[in-house]
Design a protein around this ligand. Structure first.
Ligand code: SOE
Length: 392
């Protein structure tokens, strides 16, 4: 018999669906030590929320997230809302004694992220952040290869996250509103690749040594709704426009704690790419490369292979070869998708809430604050045209 883990989700759009799918399926594919129960979903539109709950299997709905936070039966609050409300919701949940898993980035601002970490430190509850790509099997394997010394000393980390949905026809959804999102491609996409470089190399980014940010499209049609599904809100019927208050692209350079050099680039206007979340890591003994658009493959170059040295492509979903998470899914190269990273993370969250270890390191609020500091430093560097030291 397993004991129950009652979950309340706040948010019902893109990430609400990704998280719901994770909670719905985790117990079907993993041997869970606690039984995740989809207790309550909170959102603003009652009619939409009922449909959402019925589709995904949430037992209860509420249009006031505080009701879910106050519910004595709820163990874990899952935050899938826009960035400006993460702090308020997470802090209220922690103060109510709930475990919290929060969507990335930890917050829209460094101050909010710091307040969340302080609340977590004052609570005995556990915190988690949905840096879901850590649990794509290829990325988890990359982490393991580096951790076991497979690359030796790291010289370079080169990461980019390229999307193209932010063209001139995309209306002013919340992701273009600085007071809600905090930033644009930067917090949305650079957050993922900063986390990936930290996770895979096991090193911190100790300085940002130069950065540029740019907003290509400053005026956008007003949206009919806030647009929870990326650009999913249709443009307003009139010609009314509003000003985008976030970056469309940010690039920056940094140094790793082991002495290596790193570069990061995020864009929503990289025509031709849709979800090209990529990194390359070069070390003295070998190199790794990953591209989410070919997410079931990891590139590995072993510098010690002599005459047979060359890039090899590891199929990480073969199963049976010790590839992290692969065995929970389909046999023999039947492939995984975007949603599996979330299910894999849900499995590790449930395991940790049953006192077990995750398969690979899990970001908590304190860990995600390090990513947030790098995000913040890059913006300071871009705006003040100076390096920012993060080593203290
Ligand atoms: C939209 O840009 C987005 O959905 C991000 O918010 C996600 O974090 C990323 O995984 C995919 O792109």
């Amino acid at each position: 018999m397993t004991d129950q883990l009652n979950i309340a989700l706040i948010g019902s759009k893109f990430m609400g669906r990704a998280h719901s799918n994770a909670w719905l399926n985790v117990g079907r594919f993993f041997d869970v030590a606690r039984n995740p129960v989809m207790h309550t979903v909170a959102g603003r539109n009652e009619v939409e929320l009922r449909e959402f709950a019925e589709r995904w299997g949430w037992a209860n709905t509420t249009t006031d997230w505080r009701t879910a936070v106050a519910d004595a039966d709820v163990d874990l609050i899952d935050i899938a809302t826009p960035n400006h409300v993460h702090a308020e919701q997470a802090i209220a949940a922690l103060e109510a004694g709930k475990h919290v898993v929060c969507e990335k980035p930890l917050a829209g601002t460094l101050a909010d992220a710091e307040a969340m970490v302080a609340a977590a430190a004052a609570s005995s509850a556990k915190t988690f952040v949905w840096y879901n790509y850590r649990r794509v099997p290829a990325v988890a394997l990359a982490h393991r290869i580096v951790a076991s010394g497979g690359l030796g000393r790291i010289y370079h980390a080169r990461a980019c996250y390229l999307q193209s949905w932010g063209g001139p026809d995309t209306p002013l959804v919340w992701r273009f509103q600085g007071d809600i999102a905090g930033s644009g491609a930067h917090g949305d996409l650079n957050a993922h690749i900063i986390d990936a470089v930290r996770f895979v190399t096991g090193e911190e980014i100790v300085s940002v040594d130069g950065a540029i940010e740019h907003t290509f499209i400053t005026e956008r049609a007003l949206a009919e709704s806030t647009g929870g599904e990326i650009a999913g809100a249709g443009a307003g019927s009139g010609a009314a426009t509003g000003t985008s208050t976030v970056d469309d692209a940010v690039m920056f350079l940094g140094r790793l704690s082991g002495g290596g050099l790193a570069s990061f680039e995020a864009s929503r206007l990289a025509t031709g790419y849709h979800n090209a979340n990529r990194f390359e890591i070069h070390g003295e003994r070998g190199a790794l490369r990953f591209d989410f658009e070919r997410m079931n493959e990891l590139g590995f170059y072993d510098n010690e292979d002599g005459a047979t040295a060359g890039w090899r492509t590891i199929d990480v979903t073969r199963g049976g070869d010790g590839h992290p998470y692969a065995d929970a899914w389909w046999p023999d190269s039947h492939g995984l998708g975007y949603e599996h990273g979330f299910v894999n993370q849900a499995a590790d969250i449930v395991a940790m809430l049953a006192g077990k270890e995750p398969l690979v390191p899990m970001p908590d609020f304190a860990d995600a604050l390090n990513t947030q500091r790098v995000l913040d430093a890059a913006i300071v560097s871009a705006r003040e045209h100076r390096p920012v030291d993060l080593s203290r």
